[in-house]
Write a protein that binds this ligand. Sequence first.
Ligand SMILES: Nc1nc2c(ncn2[C@@H]2O[C@H](COP(=O)(O)OP(=O)(O)OP(=O)(O)O)[C@@H](O)[C@H]2O)c(=O)[nH]1
Ligand SMILES: [Mg+2]
Length: 367
Amino acid sequence: MSLLVIIPTYNEIGTIERLIETLVTYIPPDAEILVVDDNSPDGTALTVEKIAADYSGRLYLLKRSEKQGLAAAYLAGFSWGFTGKYDVFLEMDADFSHDPKYIPKMMEKMQTHDVVIGSRNIKGGGVEGWSILRTIISKGGSMYSRLILDCPLYDFTGGFNMWRKTSLEKINLSSIISKGYSFQIEMKYKAYCAGCSIVEIPILFTDRQCGKSKMSKRIFFEALINIWEIRRTSKHGLEEFVKFTVTGSLGAVTNLGIFFIAADLIGFHEIPVSIICFLTAVTQNYVVNHYWSFRKKTINTGLTLKKWIFFTGASIFGLAINLFVMNTVLTYWNPPYKVIAQGIGIATGMLVNFIVSKLFIFRGTNQ
Ligand SMILES: Nc1nc2c(ncn2[C@@H]2O[C@H](COP(=O)(O)OP(=O)(O)OP(=O)(O)O)[C@@H](O)[C@H]2O)c(=O)[nH]1
Ligand SMILES: [Mg+2]
């Protein structure tokens, strides 16, 4: 796999030279580096131009006329890279917050995944040198995104991420609406919605060694509000529920089909037949929900006996809710047709089953 490391810079003269020196000791010998500089007043671009000759055609500079934000810099970097031979792209900061020593592990994970996230918020990862406030803002930002976007990632805001070219193509980069830091959130969420397999590996993030942060209150609030727009433009909210309902209906067809053959055509006793029908339908639902309804969440996980037992339990619980609601409706309302009560019972039972399945069974993992 041919790698291009993209480093956006704005006033990073203090670290850029040393970073590139270190970087080449960790990346594969055929990997290349692109620095995307927004005309930094401190002369970052000049430094890169000066040292480029030492790296015999492996270090490139993309010069832009003015500071246009992180998103624009990366998008320009990707489109520069798309015209080359690269099939893997790495995003990283220029300030040594992202340690190049993690790159071999990321490349290894890239063999089996579409996106690899350097994550501060999973076991083994963390942040060094940040104030409590900055840590809370960062962690809170990821938790907020996780909740609002209903997407099972832990580090949304981090900028140390590796992408297969094919995953970037799936995202449709021209649809990105973010300008600043919500860019990272939007990219990850779009990859998730596109069904990419995403894995997080733990990294220790260290505070910038020198130079000034470009993070500001304005950028922060912009991201906070942008998330809602990101959610709106890449909606996948109802999809799971619709697929879950279709799966349940297919299960009912299987149930009735086996029942008809075994009880009506062959003549077995209805009670044991009905139990077998139920278990068969539940198993089918479990498999279809895993591989279809909740595929985006379960993409890195397999079927397990434990989850099957849990799902069967949830289905029995759903059935109990169904009976209870039907009975309650018949007792307190007594509708003109009993089937109305059963309909309300089924709908409630299914909703409960859906919520339990979504929250506890098909949660997925990205570690
Ligand atoms: N080309 C370009 N690069 C940028 C721009 N804004 C930030 N960067 C670069 O993007 C990377 C991340 O920016 P940082 O300022 O380090 O942001 P941060 O890591 O969230 O904040 P720190 O805590 O200060 O490190 C750095 O390499 C910056 O130089 C921009 O508008 N254009
Ligand atoms: Mg930084």
